[in-house]
Design a protein around this ligand. Structure first.
Ligand code: ADP
Ligand code: MG
Length: 419
């Protein structure tokens, strides 16, 4: 209410304290302001949140943000409240009394932004409640969760297709850091937004150093990378199994590191405790499965290490993208082995997924394998998977820094001829 009618620029300055929009933010905001749908594709750390937060504050009504993770919602709400924005979350892990308070605020027009989990939104109760409210926009964050061929598929996201009929005059904005063309198409189809304007930022992250090494002496390689790159920041080590995360964390503690395991099999309380420590900013290593990720936005993750090859370039890029969100130089290391590659192929082969999905997953696995084995610029190779071409080799990957020695027959022949 205090901002309704203000321009997006004014809200950007006054509420968020930023001098100007970054990249495609301005156009994405303008699209929503014009009541049109948008799909925003930007890398992690690119600044997607402002694309819906700013128009939600300028427009009449409450902005509804669908978010897949409770931790993610709570972070955002806490940050917004500090800025004086009337934000709240609704999800199943809240105390009943708190849920009631939020619902009351909502019906009395006391909220600018409401973060809600998809399963909560889709209850008849919530839908009825929202039907009676004025909505400024609907944002679908982490929209790749709608895609069955993605790495974070959430079946509830599928049901979001109905939002168009339920709230026909409310502009929708879908946001994700996953940019491969197939996921993009899936999002537009599954959310029923064929006319959405698409805003795709560059996925090139100049502060990330990309390195891959054959796994020879895993622990030694990990320790070397940590001592060279972690500094006073944090490190994430992605492990192939829950058991491995525990083992790795224990071994690192024995070496004097503050280290914790994180995986989906831990109790919510244990997970929360690890996340709290992680956010506190003290130097530490998290040994995790890929359950650790979405929405983790500690700015000073200085290194991300993979002990196993990810199963797709999208997953790989999203995971290493958690490094260096503060823009400072950060290091990423992928350890791979022939055995690991063979195992990944085998698991996929044995998978019960429908044949078409299996084909797609195999395609992505093979792209990941070539990306791992490339002797060319690694950044160019990974960006190519998202349909983005980088004109020059990046200069911040292992292959650019130390070109793998290849015998150049032409050059050798020229030498012979010129002597
Ligand atoms: P994403 O959701 O794309 O991963 P966020 O929305 O969390 O990224 O933004 C990442 C960081 O960039 C945040 O710390 C945010 O405050 C900052 N940021 C976003 N837009 C701007 C801007 N226009 N000017 C300065 N900082 C920005
Ligand atoms: Mg985000």
């Amino acid at each position: 209410p205090r901002y309704i009618g203000e321009t997006p620029e004014t809200v950007l300055h006054r509420v968020f304290g930023f001098a100007s929009f970054r990249g495609l933010q301005e156009e994405a905001v303008r699209t929503v302001m014009n009541d049109e749908d948008a799909l925003v594709l930007m890398p992690t750390g690119g600044g997607k949140s402002l694309c819906y937060q700013v128009p939600a504050l300028c427009r009449e009504g409450v902005g509804l943000i669908i978010s897949p993770l409770i931790a993610l919602m709570e972070d955002q709400v806490a940050g917004l409240r500090q800025l004086g924005v009337r934000a709240a979350a609704l999800h199943s892990e809240m105390e009943y009394q708190d849920q009631l308070t939020v619902q009351e605020d909502l019906t009395c027009d006391q909220l600018d932004l409401l973060y809600i989990s998809p399963e909560r939104l889709l209850t008849p109760y919530s839908l009825n409640l929202l039907k009676r409210c004025r909505l400024s926009l609907i944002a679908i964050d982490e929209a790749h969760c709608v895609s069955a061929w993605g790495h974070d598929f959430r079946p509830e996201y599928r049901e979001l297709a109905h939002l168009k009929q339920r709230f026909p005059h409310v502009p929708r904005i879908a946001l994700t850091a996953t940019a491969d063309p197939r996921t993009r198409r899936d999002i537009l189809t599954a959310l029923d937004m064929p006319d959405a304007h698409i805003f795709m930022g560059s996925f090139h992250r100049e502060n990330l150093f990309l390195q891959a090494q054959p796994k020879i002496a895993e622990m030694q390689q990990v320790l070397t990378a940590l001592s060279r790159h972690m500094g006073q920041g944090a490190a994430i080590i992605y492990c192939g199994s829950r058991k491995k995360t525990e083992l790795m964390a224990r071994q690192l503690r024995e070496k004097g590191y503050t280290a914790f395991a994180f995986h989906a099999g831990m109790s919510p309380a244990d997970k929360r405790a690890v996340l709290l420590r992680f956010r506190s900013g003290e130097p530490m290593v998290i040994a995790a499965t890929i359950a650790f990720g979405m929405g983790i936005d500690r700015p000073d993750v200085r290194t991300v290490i993979h002990l196993e090859m990810p199963t797709s370039p999208e997953g790989y890029y999203q995971q290493i993208g958690r490094a260096g969100r503060d823009g400072e130089a950060s290091h990423t290391l992928l350890l791979y082995s022939g055995e690991g590659v063979a195992r990944a192929r085998y698991w996929l082969d044995e998978s019960q997924a429908p044949e078409s999905e299996k084909k797609a997953m195999q395609g992505r696995l093979e792209s990941m394998i070539s990306l791992t084995e490339t002797t060319g610029c690694r950044t160019q190779a990974v960006l190519a998977c998202f349909g983005e071409s980088l004109n020059e080799p990046c200069g911040h990957c292992d292959n650019c820094l130390n070109p793998p020695s290849t015998f150049d027959a032409t050059e050798a022949a020229q030498k012979v001829l010129s002597t």
